[in-house]
Design a protein around this ligand. Sequence first.
Ligand SMILES: Nc1ncnc2c1ncn2[C@@H]1O[C@H](COP(=O)(O)OP(=O)(O)O)[C@@H](O)[C@H]1O
Ligand SMILES: [Mg+2]
Length: 258
Amino acid sequence: MIEIKNLTKVYKLTKKQMAEQKTKRNIKKAADNISLSAKKGEIYGLLGPNGAGKTTVLRCVATLLNPTTGEITVCGCDTVKEPKKVRESISFLTNEIKLDPQFSPKYMFNFFGRLHGMDDKTIDERRELLFNYFGIQDFRDKKINELSTGMKQKASIAVSLVHDPEVVIFDEPTNGLDIVTARSVTDYLKLLKEEGKAVIVSTHIMSEAEKLCDRIGIIINGRKVMDGTLSEILKETGTEDLEDAFFELYKEYSKEEA
Ligand SMILES: Nc1ncnc2c1ncn2[C@@H]1O[C@H](COP(=O)(O)OP(=O)(O)O)[C@@H](O)[C@H]1O
Ligand SMILES: [Mg+2]
């Protein structure tokens, strides 16, 4: 479903970015030869600290960035050669894409539904389903800029799923949510997996990766340093929980310059 082969993404840095990132080099290798796959009916988790390269990888999968080298296919379509086809089959959620502040969740939902070529009846049905599930009905007609962080995040998630896509790409989906709302989001991801969708999420929360993901890829300094099921990772690192496993790998790989 999602196949990433030898993905490398190099950013050119401005002087300001060089200063911010405390580096003398004017390039940053944010993803370094990453290969991984997420299949139908599976949740794959990218786990790594801030700046590890998770968002970069997911933006490449979602066709918002082109890889510097390497290839990505989504449902058999190449993200660079057939970006339109890829976009039809994916839902992409990121903290960087904001809903338009003066519109309401309902308006945005309908707007994106039409953008995906859906008819009004199908849009209404999807909206009822998702707005009920995420508890959006009470504030569906309020302006986005009047909503709390949690409400906005729920609305973004519902809007991103309007077209019932085969592939779901969620970048830190529970960021800024209270535990109840966060749980409803991770439960929904499990539901999508049971429906046979391929799901890829990023997180820096160990317990979330542990509980939610069928397979986990640990990303440090742009490199995938290990992946597998939780038990495979624990076995390989000789540890008893994911946090210990992560720190074992972090000790080993964090000093290497990407
Ligand atoms: N547009 C950009 N230009 C330059 N550097 C970037 C850009 N986006 C991200 N980076 C850098 O690339 C690295 C990986 O970032 P990112 O993919 O956002 O990591 P994560 O999502 O794991 O926190 C970081 O060092 C970040 O500062
Ligand atoms: Mg990120």
